[in-house]
Design a protein around this ligand. Structure first.
Ligand code: ZN
Length: 409
């Protein structure tokens, strides 16, 4: 059975980690900063060295291409991102780009011409240095002028970063592609389920949706000593009750869904005043839109019940949601057949973090798979995936692409 070149692949992974390296073993390669640009140049050099075709689109997404003969109009795409969070780890994103690249390089070295062209992609700004999932959003034609307005860097800096790699807002907005037959991404798990279960590969069946709700409980300020307890309208009592009941409710009824209250602010905020108003920020995630609807109805009912119990009023306002992305059965099937052929154990799981795959899923059958992250540590210099798991992930990419050519060529 065909295998990737382990030594070459692991040495590339190490070499890449030296670009933007931090003293504690991590990397800082925020999108289109000098370190990221150096990483991009390194990737382009490796593509040339491998004798693969290179392309960069109007969104700055870089590709290595292994053409079919004659070159097919449509292509199977795989990849991830080379940019990182500040002081992040060396595996998040990078591993996904390198396994796709190594798979193409292995095919080329073996003299295999695929029946349909294959492309290994590095997406621009996955990690939100600018806006997050930017390159993939542009690729699927969902990027708009409004997205530039919510950029995390100011207009001048944005223009500087774009011009550093020869792209513009206009080229970004015109980067939509219609030639993707299928997409697959490898990513580190960033959690502990694979490690706990002793499983090699997590086949992601959905990337969770996210809904966020701003909640305000209102009661009445009162003297913290003189006001009898039974007459108080303490807004924090209602909020506290809600936080714990929501936890229980989601664990009892919506596993594997999750919820979080990450901000809680009481007013007026003094030792000796009964809280009159409490603001809290509620977020919940699930892989199914229908379940999210049910969760929302339930959590809002719970809010009203908690408010009523303490004689409070409650108001809430939802922010624009992230819709769950369901993965393609045919791409998941290709990953699973390849894993079985390689003797890798696998299980299906949700991705609770966002990935470029959720964007690409809008234009092509898409799926992704995880390899284990030691202790689940990620977005941290201590992020670590064992060499053996990196190699498994790369061999799986190679054979998944071959499976996909059978399905989609
Ligand atoms: Zn990532």
């Amino acid at each position: 059975m065909l295998r990737i070149n382990e030594e070459r692949f692991l040495s590339d992974l190490k070499e890449l980690a030296e670009i933007g390296a931090t003293p504690d073993g991590g990397v800082s390669r925020q999108a289109l900063t000098p370190a990221d640009i150096e990483g991009r140049r390194w990737f382009q050099g490796k593509i040339a060295e491998a004798g693969l075709d290179y392309n960069m689109d109007g969104a700055g997404n870089q590709s290595a291409i292994l053409h079919s003969d004659p070159p097919s109009e449509k292509r199977i795409l795989a990849g991830s991102h080379l940019d990182s969070v500040p002081n992040g780890g060396r595996y998040d994103g990078s591993l996904g780009v390198l396994v796709a690249f190594e798979a193409l390089r292995t095919l080329k070295d073996s003299g295999i011409t695929p029946p349909v062209s294959l492309e290994a992609v590095n997406f621009t700004d996955e990690e939100s240095a600018i806006m997050g999932l930017m390159g993939s959003k542009a690729l699927v034609g969902q990027l708009t002028e409004a997205d530039f307005e919510r950029s995390r860097v100011d207009v001048d800096e944005l223009t500087r970063r774009f011009s550093a790699i020869g792209i513009t807002r206009e080229s970004m907005l015109a980067a939509r592609r219609d030639d993707a037959l299928a997409w697959v991404e490898l990513h580190i798990e960033q959690g502990t389920r694979l490690e706990t279960d002793g499983i090699d590969i997590g086949v992601v069946n959905a990337i969770v949706g996210i809904r966020s709700i701003h909640v305000t409980f209102r009661g009445e300020a009162a003297h913290a000593g003189a006001k009898p307890m039974e007459l108080r309208r303490d807004a924090l009592w209602g909020a506290s009750q809600f936080v714990l009941l929501a936890r229980q409710h989601v664990m009892d009824n919506y596993t594997p869904g999750v919820c979080n209250v990450g901000i809680i602010k009481a007013k007026p905020g003094a030792f000796n005043i009964v809280p009159a108003e409490v603001y809290c920020a509620l977020e919940f995630r699930h892989g199914s839109e229908a379940e999210m609807d049910r969760m929302q109805t339930d959590l809002l009912r719970l809010l009203r019940e908690c408010a009523a119990e303490f004689n409070l009023s409650v108001e809430y306002q939802a922010t624009p949601p992230v819709i769950p992305a369901t993965m393609s059965e045919s791409v998941m099937g290709a990953i699973e057949r390849a894993a079985d052929a390689l003797g890798l154990s696998r299980e299906r799981m949700l991705s609770f973090a966002g990935h470029d795959t959720q964007n690409v899923a809008a234009i092509a059958p898409a799926a992704m798979y995880f390899v284990p992250s030691v202790d689940g540590i990620s977005h941290n210099p201590k992020e670590f995936t064992r060499d053996a798991d990196c190699v498994n992930g790369a061999n799986l990419m190679l054979h998944t692409l071959l499976e996909l050519t059978k399905v989609f060529a």
